[in-house]
Design a protein around this ligand. Sequence first.
Ligand SMILES: [Fe+2]
Ligand SMILES: [Fe+2]
Length: 142
Amino acid sequence: MQRHPSLIPLSHEHKRLLFVCRYLKKNAAPYEGFPLETQAKFEYVVKVFQELMVPHIQKEEYLFEKCMGKDPAVDALIKELQQEHRIISGMYSTLADSRQLDEDMDRLATSLEEHIRKEERQFFELLQQLFPEFLNSLQFEK
Ligand SMILES: [Fe+2]
Ligand SMILES: [Fe+2]
């Protein structure tokens, strides 16, 4: 299903984050301008979390809040996604003390990728099917 206009900004951020996930994995292919040394990857993930991931999660949590209490299937999915936000944020915060940074960045990338796919393939699809009018009225800028 084509993405609803209200969800397109989040979907664009997902595309950028999926690229970050590929880069953070242990078997990452070389990309121009993206060094594969562990420390360089770590510095990149810190920048991405501060600049992109934290605001992204805030926007989604706002969306979750607005969508809660309308449909049991949506509510259940929101609870899972909120729990995943906590897990992923927790994985990110422990990276600074990690003794196996490559493995931990790889795990973070795998979890984030699965989370994004669930949002895109299940959550957004469900919202578009169930609440198209609600999405029309949705504004992220408060
Ligand atoms: Fe999310
Ligand atoms: Fe997301």
